[in-house]
Ligand binder design. Structure first.
Ligand code: FMN
Length: 217
C-alpha cells in the first residue's frame, strides 16, 4: 500500500478478531512510531505495549474501574451484535453516538475495554513538559496508526481510557516521571462487522476541502 492510499483509507477500528498479532509486526509498527518527527528531536514519548495476560489484567482493571454498571463480556457482545445488525439494516453513514443507548454504550464502554483488541498501547510523555511534546506524541501515534493499517492491522486512538489514567499506570508499571498521554488499541480488524464502517459522532466523511483549507497566495 502506498503512503497516500494508507492516509486516505485508514479508519478507526472498533471490532477486532481474537487473532494475536505477531511480535515482528508489533515491532514494525512501533518502529514507525518512534521515527516520527519531534520538537528538537526530543522524542518525548514512551510506549507500553500490552498483550497476553497483562492486557487481560488491564482490561479487567478498567471494567472494574467503570463501576457496577459496566456490562459483563456477554452483555457487551450482545450489545455489539445489536449495533452490528442495526448498521447492516439501517446503513453505516453515521456514528455510534447516533445509534441510541446501545451505540453510546458501545463507544464509551468499548473504549474503556479497548474494544477487546488483543494489543493495548499506552503512550506516555517523559521529562519536562515542553509545549511541543503533545504535538510530537500525536505525530508518533499517527505514524503508528498508519503503519498498522499498511500492515493489514486495525487500530483506534483512545482518549476515553485516560479517565482511569492512574489505574493504567499501575497496571503497566509506568514510572512516576512519565505522564500518560493517550492509549491505542491494535489488532486484526473484524472486516465482516458493520461496526467498522460506522463513525463516532457522525459519519466518517470530512468537512469540505474548501471549508478547511485556504489556499492563500
Ligand atoms: C485524540 C483522540 C482521541 C480519541 N479517542 C477516542 C476514544 O476514546 N474512543 C473511540 O472510539 N475513538 C476515539 N478516537 C477516534 C476518533 O473518534 C476518530 O478518529 C474520528 O471519529 C475520525 O474517524 P476515523 O479515525 O475513522 O477517520 C480518538 C481520536 C483522537 C485523535
Amino acid at each position: 500500500m502506498d503512503t497516500h492510499e494508507a492516509l486516505l483509507t485508514r479508519r478507526s477500528i472498533r471490532k477486532y478478531r481474537n487473532t494475536p498479532v505477531p511480535e515482528e509486526l508489533i515491532t514494525k509498527v512501533m518502529t514507525a512510531a518512534i521515527w516520527a518527527p519531534s520538537g528538537g528531536n526530543s522524542q518525548p514519548w514512551r510506549f507500553y505495549v500490552a498483550s497476553g495476560d497483562r492486557r487481560d489484567a488491564l482490561v479487567r482493571a478498567m471494567i472494574d474501574a467503570s463501576g457496577p454498571d459496566a456490562p459483563s463480556p456477554g452483555e457487551y457482545d450482545a450489545m455489539a451484535k445489536r449495533i452490528e445488525e442495526k448498521g447492516r439494516n439501517e446503513g453505516t453513514d453515521r456514528g455510534l453516538m447516533q445509534m441510541g443507548d446501545d451505540g453510546k454504550a458501545l463507544g464509551f464502554l468499548g473504549s474503556l475495554r479497548f474494544y477487546d483488541a488483543p494489543v493495548v498501547i499506552a503512550v506516555t510523555g517523559k521529562g519536562q513538559k515542553k509545549g511541543s511534546a503533545g504535538q510530537s506524541i500525536g505525530a508518533a501515534v499517527e505514524n503508528l496508526l498508519l503503519a498498522a493499517h499498511a500492515e493489514g492491522l486495525g487500530a483506534c486512538w483512545l482518549g476515553i481510557p485516560l479517565r482511569f489514567a492512574d489505574r493504567i499506570a499501575d497496571m503497566l508499571n509506568i514510572p512516576d516521571d512519565e505522564t500518560l498521554a493517550t492509549t491505542v488499541c491494535l489488532g486484526y480488524p473484524d472486516t465482516g462487522s458493520s461496526i467498522n464502517e460506522l463513525g463516532w459522532a457522525t459519519g466518517r466523511s470530512r468537512l469540505p476541502f474548501d471549508q478547511v483549507v485556504h489556499l492563500v497566495s
